[in-house]
Design a protein around this ligand. Structure first.
Ligand code: NAD
Ligand code: DAU
Length: 389
């Protein structure tokens, strides 16, 4: 870990500094690159000198840090992550020594640490740190409440003492709960979280907005649909199914497989978060979606197809308790106000993601051992006849 803050280090010259790509791990999925214009940032978009990204060693966080380093050459990134089971130094190995990036191993619940980092010239915080897996929140909820709510409160209190700092709370479409057939929800849809994880995310939003109301904090909220892409932790459906199939194992499809989700490539989520940071209106929430939705069964069949497998690799298993049936976002607001559009499509993105997992066994094999095996047994042993991994 570097001991010097990129924000304070006079040796660091953000503008025009060398660009840093993810090398063999880069993941383009047939996309166009996101220039400032393509992200749709309006002309009066704010620019930020030093952004604190929390959870930057997790799936979305590491992609976000990479996205900012690549597309915002003026911006320095401090990356604060507690390295829980889902946080992985390997996710940021290629940018570890990037001159505009500093990784800090620590907890967002650590008031002193968060305050001291903010004092290093930070002018924005994007909070992507969280306990993020619904199934784990159904096993026990304490860590979810501690980080997803308590950690947000710590960050908000720290910003309260430094109110010039903009705060983006990375939230989720899950806060709306399950939608009736044929409905799409805009940002005014009432929150009705259907599982403990989603409830903590909804609570965090309300807390953040209350700090805006009470203390005038500059708070913006994002609500994204399901992400996929590189560095996705293999407890989640897409990476779990891909890696199981690569190992010749069956995939555990919950219930009747007809639950419906929208899927977005993680790079599109990242470009949307930056658009919200730079141009989102204070106090507003923005839905983020590709608009591409399908049932879990349809998605599973696409993955099977890409990996040369068939329905015999599917095992229907006992459903997730309280499993939300359908999420579907109306994301016209972010398109109209911020000019943001997704660049990836599911077909090409899914293919590229399968290829990424095929090419990066050295990344996921170590994860799917040790403590992960214990989790997998706990989660699936009773559900899945072929529970061995
Ligand atoms: P993830 O589980 O892959 O990563 C979470 C990261 O947060 C990990 O690196 C972990 O070490 C870190 N972390 C956890 N507790 C911490 C703490 N107390 N202090 C510091 N770091 C801590 O999750 P993800 O899928 O990358 O999700 C990131 C954010 O995006 C979450 O807020 C999640 O709610 C939100 N989100 C995720 C999706 C999705 O599809 N994955 C969709 C919408 C929103
Ligand atoms: O919608 C956004 C949310 O997407 C994020 O807020 C969460 O952090 C993220 O984890 C994700 O939540 P989901 O519960 O939708 O993701 P998951 O990959 O766990 O499940 C996707 C769907 O697949 C869901 O309907 C449950 C189903 N599923 C999941 C697993 C792990 C299965 O059928 N079998 C499985 O083994």
């Amino acid at each position: 870990m570097s001991t010097e803050s990129p924000c304070q280090n006079p040796e660091i010259r953000p503008a025009g500094s060398r660009s840093h790509t993810a090398g063999s791990r880069s993941h383009t999925a047939g996309s166009r690159s996101h220039t400032a214009l393509e992200t749709g940032s309006p002309a009066d978009a704010r620019s930020f000198r030093c952004v604190l990204v929390t959870g930057g060693a997790g799936f979305i966080g590491c992609n976000l840090v990479r996205w900012i380093l690549e597309h915002r050459p003026q911006t320095l990134v401090i990356n604060l992550d507690a390295l829980t089971y889902a946080g992985n130094p390997a996710n940021i190995a290629d940018i570890r020594d990037h001159e505009r990036h500093r990784f800090v191993h620590g907890d967002i619940c650590d008031e002193k640490l968060v305050g001291s980092l903010l004092d290093e010239g930070v002018d924005a915080v994007i909070n992507a740190a969280a306990h993020s897996h619904v199934d784990r929140s159904l096993m026990r909820g304490d860590e979810f409440v501690a980080t997803n709510v308590g950690g947000v409160q710590v960050i908000l209190d720290a910003i309260k003492a430094r109110p010039q700092i903009r705060f983006v709370q990375v939230s989720t479409d899950e806060i709306y709960g399950s939608l009736p057939p044929d409905e799409r929800c805009d940002e005014n849809w009432p929150p009705a979280p259907g599982n403990p994880y989603a409830a903590t995310k909804a609570a965090a939003e309300l807390l953040a907005l209350s700090y805006r109301n009470s203390f005038g904090l500059d708070v913006v909220i994002s609500r994204c649909c399901n992400n996929f892409g590189p560095y996705h932790y293999p407890e989640k459906m897409i990476p779990l199914f891909i890696t199981n199939l690569l190992d010749g194992l069956r995939v555990p499809l919950y219930g009747d497989g007809l639950n419906y989700r929208e899927w977005i490539h993680v790079e599109d989520h990242c470009s949307a978060l930056v658009a919200i940071l730079e141009s989102g209106r204070s106090g507003e929430a923005y839905n983020i979606s590709s608009g591409t939705g399908l049932t879990n069964l349809e998605l599973t069949r696409r993955i099977l197809d890409l990996l040369g497998k068939d329905d015999s690799s599917v095992e229907y298993v006992k459903d997730r308790p309280g499993h939300d049936r359908r999420y579907a976002l109306d994301s016209r607001k972010i398109a109209a106000e911020l000019g943001w559009q997704p660049r990836h499509n599911l077909k090409d993105g899914l293919r590229a993601t399968c290829e990424w997992f095929q090419a990066n066994e050295q990344w996921w094999r170590p994860i799917k051992s040790g403590a992960y095996r214990k989790y997998y047994q706990q989660q699936y042993a009773e559900r899945l006849k072929s529970a061995a991994i």
